[in-house]
Design a protein around this ligand. Structure first.
Ligand SMILES: C[S@@+](CC[C@H](N)C(=O)[O-])C[C@H]1O[C@@H](n2cnc3c(N)ncnc32)[C@H](O)[C@@H]1O
Length: 293
């Protein structure tokens, strides 16, 4: 997977290229990063990349020509590597909010060209000519697109097969399909008691089913409290089972035991199983003899 980033601050990308999980994967050649500075695509002696906005107002606007030339150079370099034309995404507060599903599809692709805006933004004509997607990190305004691009890259690269050491760890993260798209449950490590607070007992039990149930319930409770729309989405996809629904109803105080289908009563068998007999402790009370009188 290859990322091409158009940025006035290429040095900011050392964070994902050189450090941590993504840095290790980059060193292993699992993904590559190519930064293009629009200043290298200017024609004037001052290497100008911005100018005042038409119509007046504060700040500066990034000029279309250096950005378009940088995108073309990135596409050509990708083609020389045998890659198809890449999507071109501008990081922008007005874009679609980036989410885990986007990170998954990016991780499964050949990569993307990311444009990092600065100042008041970029000339709209560049967006209309060259940009295929606009990506937002959230409802807030950053000074530039670089931090948003770093987040986009990090979230996708960690999903590339082989990047995480424990292949399953991404599957247990929040928003993942294997977690029914819910929020992750809380985590604990040593010591067993910290500042008087013990680790929840089920996690120490060694009983895998109980641990899984405890985690599922914590996930459901956290998601119901903080992101109820994720519960609705999991429900609509048929990802919540009867036990989940019962737990959610108990949480909401709407659980009605009468709504449960009656339990089928087992007929007493004439011959108790041999193992059941073996595990039955001898009764301390002698059986009553029928009263003769
Ligand atoms: C100061 S911002 C410009 C904000 C723009 N005038 C607006 O109000 O939408 C400069 C650049 O930071 C990036 N940026 C800011 N907030 C962002 C966000 N929430 N998501 C993605 N990129 C963002 C964009 O590339 C933007 O062009």
């Amino acid at each position: 997977m290859r990322f091409d980033v158009i940025t006035l601050f290429p040095e900011m990308f050392g964070v994902v290229r050189d450090l941590g999980v993504t840095g290790r994967a980059h060193a292993q050649g699992r993904w590559s990063l190519h930064a293009w500075n629009p200043r290298d695509f200017t024609q004037d002696v001052h290497r100008t990349v911005d100018d005042r906005p038409y119509g007046g107002g504060p700040g500066m606007v990034m000029m279309a020509a250096p950005l378009e030339a940088a995108v073309n150079a990135a596409q050509e370099a990708r083609a020389a590597q045998g890659l198809a034309r890449a999507p071109v995404a501008l990081l922008a507060p007005v874009g679609k909010r980036y989410d885990q599903a986007d990170a998954e599809s990016l991780a499964a692709s050949e990569g993307i060209i990311l444009i990092c805006g600065r100042y008041e933004g970029v000339d709209q004509r560049f967006i209309e000519r060259c940009v295929t997607h606009e990506i937002s990190l959230g409802d807030f305004v950053l000074s530039g697109g670089e931090i948003a691009a770093l987040a986009v890259i990090d979230a996708a690269v960690r999903l590339v097969p082989g990047v995480l050491n424990d292949g399953d760890s991404a599957l247990q993260d929040s928003f993942n399909d294997t977690l029914s798209g819910l929020l992750d449950s809380p985590h604990y490590t040593r010591p067993e008691v910290y500042q008087g607070e013990p680790v929840p007992a089920p996690l120490l039990s060694g009983h895998h089913a109980n641990i899984a149930r405890w985690r599922r319930e914590r996930s459901l409770a956290l998601t119901a409290a903080r992101r109820p729309e994720l519960i609705e989405s999991a429900r609509a996809k048929g990802w919540l089972n009867k036990i989940d629904e019962r737990y959610l109803a108990e949480l909401a105080g709407t659980y009605d035991p009468a709504s449960e289908p009656p339990k089928r009563r087992r007929r007493p068998s004439a011959k108790p199983a041999a193992d059941a007999l073996a595990s039955t402790p001898p009764s301390p009370v002698p059986p009553k003899t029928p009263d003769a009188s």
